[in-house]
Design a protein around this ligand. Structure first.
Ligand code: FAD
Length: 419
């Protein structure tokens, strides 16, 4: 092990993805010393390309909004849903909660690099290709062991506090035995990017398109157009649904798209030029979001499901909330991470959870595809889908399960099938 003499920092952030970039910049802006350790070199591919409006609030808070707005990303005003001949459109600009309406669809390699570069521009030190491999949280100050990826050399860093923003790396949940299985069944996604050549006048590039499989309501597809004529496409299903479709992920994805005629016709001229990737078992949870000397952000803590594109927004919201509590702690205030961070964060996550569950059991899909929706209720739903899942003045946030149940009963057609 290489000894770096008594390296000692105030805050160490593990991972320079959206959670790490936002948290580190916010702490730096409040005057704290922050070091970010990132295992990879940026830009690097990441999935999660459709943003919600609310995440722009945190990008703005971190002083990065101009950089994102000027990057040429595809503007997004909402979400379109399709099932057989049914379709519906949710416009985030028509919402119940005061806040941002429009947002973006982003190539994550480029997006994440802009956020990290903006954090660096504000004075955050980011060390790339440095992997956190061990941590000791038993002493009065945490100590991390870090491996340099290029030569395998290891060194130690002492600090006052660690924010784990390592995403699917889940560094501290693994090292500190914090992992708890998700309540969701093991689902799997197959996805790729295509040169889309979409010429259907019905297709709106300023929306994510969510298509439900005509017969299997728990199987759904995303279509996320970018500003450069390319589109991210993917399908999500219970892992068991892929059995019997063969081992070649491209054959599987093409077969499943053919089973959804409306989507198949939109993608009819697409040029498939990128290998299809597969990702499974991504839903995850933890026993606790914080402990002595650490807190968990974004996907390092919990990941629900991709269906409402909530991942980046939850990651940034957790980063903003943790940065605020940590700032007060470092300033000498007594703080309570459970009541000031974990519980309020979880309230919004649980709102998303209720609608994700409703999506897969079909009840929220009945609401989405209901043709005579009350415009006032629709605005409340629109705000949740835009990411404002923490606004307790929205009745569908305050009591998500009960409200959704009642609404779904009103919207449920008798044995509805695709028209
Ligand atoms: P990440 O973006 O994963 O960043 C973590 C960083 O930590 C990485 O750069 C990694 O290299 C680094 N790291 C890991 N281990 C270590 C280590 N040991 N040492 C140092 N660094 C380390 N979200 C949306 O908002 N919109 C979507 O449309 C969407 N679609 C999705 C589709 C699918 C199929 C899936 C699975 C997820 C989707 N998500 C979506 C979720 C989204 O991918 C994540 O929620 C989001 O990337 C979380 O950000 P993060 O900052 O927590 O972690």
């Amino acid at each position: 092990m290489m000894a770096v003499e008594n390296e000692s920092r105030t805050v160490v952030v593990i991972g320079a993805g959206p959670a790490g970039a936002i948290a580190s910049a916010l702490l730096k802006r409040k005057g704290h010393d922050v070091l970010v350790l990132e295992r990879q070199r940026f830009p690097r591919f990441s999935i999660g390309e459709s943003l919600l409006s609310h995440c722009l609030d945190f990008i703005e808070e971190a002083g990065m909004l101009d950089a994102i707005e000027n990057a040429g990303f595809q503007i997004k005003h909402g979400a379109a849903f399709a099932w057989g001949e049914r379709s519906t459109d949710i416009d985030f600009r028509d919402g119940f909660t005061a806040g941002k309406g429009s947002t973006f669809q982003v190539e994550r390699g480029k997006f994440d690099k802009i956020l990290a570069d903006e954090a660096e521009r504000q004075g955050v030190e980011i060390r790339y290709e440095q992997q956190v491999v061990a941590g000791d949280f038993n002493a009065s100050h945490p100590q991390l062991r870090v491996k340099r990826v290029n030569d395998g050399e290891e060194y130690l860093i002492n600090c006052s506090f660690v924010l784990d923003a390592s995403g699917y790396g889940r560094v501290l949940p693994r090292l500190l035995d914090l992992e708890r299985p998700s309540d969701f069944p093991a689902r799997k996604a197959l996805f790729t990017h295509v040169e889309d050549h979409i010429d259907s006048p019905a297709f709106n590039r300023e929306r994510i398109l969510i298509t439900t499989h005509p017969q299997l309501r728990d199987v759904w597809y995303w279509t996320i157009p970018f500003s450069n004529g390319r589109t991210s496409i993917g399908v999500v299903a219970d892992a068991k649904r892929f059995e019997g479709l063969g081992h070649d992920p491209e054959v599987c994805l093409r077969e499943l798209i053919q089973q959804a005629p409306s989507l198949n016709s939109i993608l009819t001229n697409a040029i498939w030029d990128t290998p299809v990737s597969s990702l499974g078992g991504y839903s995850a949870n933890v026993k606790q979001l914080h402990g002595p000397g650490y807190a968990l952000l974004g996907n390092a803590a919990e990941f629900l499901d991709p269906v409402f594109s909530s991942g980046v927004t939850i990651a940034m919201r957790s980063a903003s909330m943790a940065a605020e509590v940590l700032h007060r702690q470092l300033s000498g205030e007594a703080v309570d991470w459970q009541s000031q961070f974990a519980q309020p964060l979880k309230r919004g996550v649980d709102t998303f959870r209720a609608y994700v569950e409703g999506w897969y059991d079909g009840s929220f899909q009945d609401v989405i595809f209901f043709e005579n929706a009350d415009p006032h209720i629709r605005r409340m739903i629109s705000s949740i889908l835009a990411g404002y899942a923490w606004d307790q003045s929205n009745p569908y946030v305050a009591e998500p399960k009960r409200r959704l149940k009642v609404l779904a009963q009103l919207c449920s057609p008798t044995e509805q099938g695709p028209l």
